[in-house]
Design a protein around this ligand. Structure first.
Ligand SMILES: [Zn+2]
Length: 288
């Protein structure tokens, strides 16, 4: 009798384990939107007049992709968590960039605080990928130095030039120099090997600028556009930024992405589009 009960118990545990494993494998991919605040900006840098844009302010966004085989952090915000303390009210930060330009960002939640709310610490994250190396995307990159960094050589070379450039490297991503790194050598890089999360070359804004395609079960395809566009009006009025590394290449990358969006029926999320960003569900809510 005891033996039969034990056998039944083992069978039940075995079944439970098998079901849990199947569930983990079948669990739909989740896309979390993390809010990095609001950036004061000048549409003139993107060949737009203030009266041509719905708002001159830009959103700062980061994203966490949770896949059955691991997690991917996409961009890391404009303000390092180490430089401020979240409270009840939003906090205004003034930054002086290495070229002495002033930037103003207002934010409410820290990146690590938002990750914590959904059960993660930066050190838990499997992969880090940055759309590009500019200051407003890399502020918390050092926190992800234990992740495997997925980067194009052309982008990494600008971040860590040899010999070192003056002024010294921005300290917010310095730790990535020693991180476990996968150098992406193809235009498309399939992060988890099943075509659902793909880093796509979209160069021009910077030498190795990329966008991220995420294929979600209910939402459908979403492309996180990095800085291929900043204001949605760059797209509707067909304007190119005046400060891109290679403006003509940005134009070509936009054309290539338009074809992909059409072919796959995917949405483009312009990461800096404040009006669109405000409408997105924020973590701990998610898209699946
Ligand atoms: Zn940006």
């Amino acid at each position: 009798m005891l033996r039969r009960v034990l056998f039944a118990g083992c069978l039940a545990i075995g079944l439970l384990q098998a079901t849990t494993a199947v569930r983990a494998a079948e669990q739909p991919i989740r896309l979390y939107v993390l809010d990095g605040g609001v950036l004061e900006s000048d549409p003139g840098r993107y060949r737009l007049k203030p009266e041509e844009v719905q708002t001159t302010q830009l959103s700062i966004a980061s994203f966490l992709v949770v896949h059955p085989k691991g997690t991917l952090m996409w961009d890391t915000g404009a303000i390092s968590d180490e430089t401020w303390t979240p409270g009840r009210r939003s906090v205004a930060k003034h930054l002086v960039l290495s070229n002495n330009a002033d930037r103003y960002v207002t934010l409410t939640k820290s990146l690590s605080g938002q990750l914590k709310e959904i059960g993660y610490q930066p050190t838990d994250i499997t992969y880090l990928a940055l759309s590009h190396y500019h200051w407003d995307h890399v502020a918390n990159a050092n926190a992800f130095a234990k992740s495997t960094w997925l980067v194009r050589k052309s982008e990494r070379d600008v971040m860590f030039p040899q010999p070192a450039a003056e002024p010294p490297q921005p300290s917010n991503f310095a730790a990535l120099q020693k991180a476990t790194t996968t150098l992406i050598a193809t235009d498309d890089y399939d992060v988890f090997g099943d075509g659902t999360v793909v880093i796509k070359a979209s160069t021009g804004h910077t030498p190795g600028h990329s966008v991220l395609y995420v294929k979600l079960a209910k939402t459908g395809g979403v492309v996180l556009g990095g800085d291929l566009y900043h204001y949605p009006e760059e797209r509707t009025l067909n304007r190119l930024p005046s400060t891109d590394f290679n403006e003509a290449q940005t134009g070509r990358s936009r054309e290539v992405l338009d074809v992909f969006l059409k072919q796959t029926g995917s949405q483009l999320w312009i990461q800096h589009d404040l009006v669109a960003h405000r409408k997105l569900k924020k973590a701990p809510a998610y898209y699946d």
